[in-house]
Design a protein around this ligand. Structure first.
Ligand SMILES: Nc1ncnc2c1ncn2[C@@H]1O[C@H](COP(=O)(O)OP(=O)(O)O)[C@@H](O)[C@H]1O
Ligand SMILES: [Mg+2]
Length: 325
């Protein structure tokens, strides 16, 4: 495989629970529990899992919107050398965020309704040391509109003039105008109609080739992710349960949770991917053994200990003492 671009090493993140009338003070939501992922240059990595399993938190750690409580993030950029994110000062972090861009799920809320599309596309760019001046930026913005399948004549319109799918194209254009190396797409198609979803997915595939992007693609839908991604990590309660090449995972699913995910599609799952017939997990308890213990049909005493990630097949990691065959 190619060189590593981003390394998430043993990341941990917990949020204090708001102390309400009945809540005890000092309790936490354990959102990310010791996650390690390596993103290779040029690959697209799909992160899948139920709502609330910690995908967005992990993405936000990757752009340092939150600081991790444990672990470290290393970035090996082309011109930046190797960076340890916890050691960056404000300016260095700003530069890092021009290389690693995050596209949100909800285009309606992430675009300022009072700004024109041109202003939206260039607001961040304007602050960067690579700002090319108004005239060139205007040309670049027009070119970027064409690239994402929008009309450059619409640069002076506002978000309300666009449909959901078009707004998501604007969000993608805003991320790409700064020529990032890594694009993080957090449920970018989840809020869109199915017919529009495939258009955006195909656009992402095109852009990935065109700009030689590395992608972290977050979704709760395994089918969508398998279509777009080279490798997939399956997440549950803030941990990676199984990780393999997308093609491989279609054929071999070793973790009982991954099985459940695949088999649940689509009949037993609603859009938000809460599996019916199961209690949702309680993230306010610190994880000790296997995160899937309470739902697993194959559990034994041993599963009270945390299963390590092991290679059951080449480049196919599974964290389970009783993998399916
Ligand atoms: N800023 C926050 N403050 C408190 N709790 C949070 C915050 N962000 C996420 N959480 C909690 O952390 C857990 C993981 O959330 P999230 O990362 O958004 O999951 P996902 O993106 O997989 O749906 C959830 O229980 C969520 O309620
Ligand atoms: Mg999310």
């Amino acid at each position: 495989m190619s060189e590593v671009l981003l390394e998430l090493n043993h990341l941990e993140k917990r949020f204090p629970l708001e102390a309400g009338l009945f809540a005890r003070y000092g309790r936490f939501v354990y959102a990310v529990n010791d996650v390690s992922i390596k993103l290779h240059r040029g690959e697209s990595y799909g992160l899948v899992g139920e709502s609330g399993c910690g995908k967005t938190t992990l993405a936000r750690l990757a752009i340092q919107m939150y600081k991790q409580d444990g672990g470290e993030i290393l970035y090996h950029g082309r011109n930046s050398g190797s960076l340890k994110l916890s050691e960056l000062n404000r300016k260095e972090l700003f530069n890092y965020r021009t290389k690693v861009k995050y596209v949100f799920q909800d285009p309606a809320r992430s675009l300022n309704p009072r700004m024109t599309i041109y202003k939206i596309l260039t607001a961040g760019y304007r602050q960067s040391p690579h700002w090319p001046g108004e005239q060139n930026a205007r040309e670049e913005a027009a070119e970027m509109m064409r690239t994402v399948g929008l009309n450059p004549d619409d640069l002076d319109r506002r978000p309300s003039d666009f449909s959901g799918g078009q707004r998501q194209r604007v969000s993608i254009a805003r991320a790409l105008i700064m020529k990032p190396e890594l694009l993080i797409c957090d449920e970018v198609v989840s809020a869109l109609d199915v017919s529009i979803q495939s258009q955006i997915l195909n656009l992402l595939l095109e852009l990935k080739e065109k700009f030689k992007l590395t992608m972290l693609f977050i979704a709760h839908d395994l089918t969508v992710t398998s279509y777009l991604c080279d490798r997939i990590g399956v997440m549950y309660r803030g941990r990676i349960m199984e990780e393999a090449a997308a093609q491989d995972l279609v054929q071999h699913r070793f973790h009982p949770y991954t099985r459940l995910l695949y088999d649940s599609i689509p009949s037993r799952m609603n859009r938000d991917m809460n599996l019916s017939g199961f209690e949702p997990f309680d993230s306010t308890r610190a994880l000790k053994g296997c995160p899937f213990y309470h739902r697993c049909g194959s559990r034994t005493e041993k599963c009270h200990n945390r299963p390590p990630m092991e290679d059951l097949k080449e480049d196919h990691l599974t964290a389970c003492y009783h993998p399916c065959q």
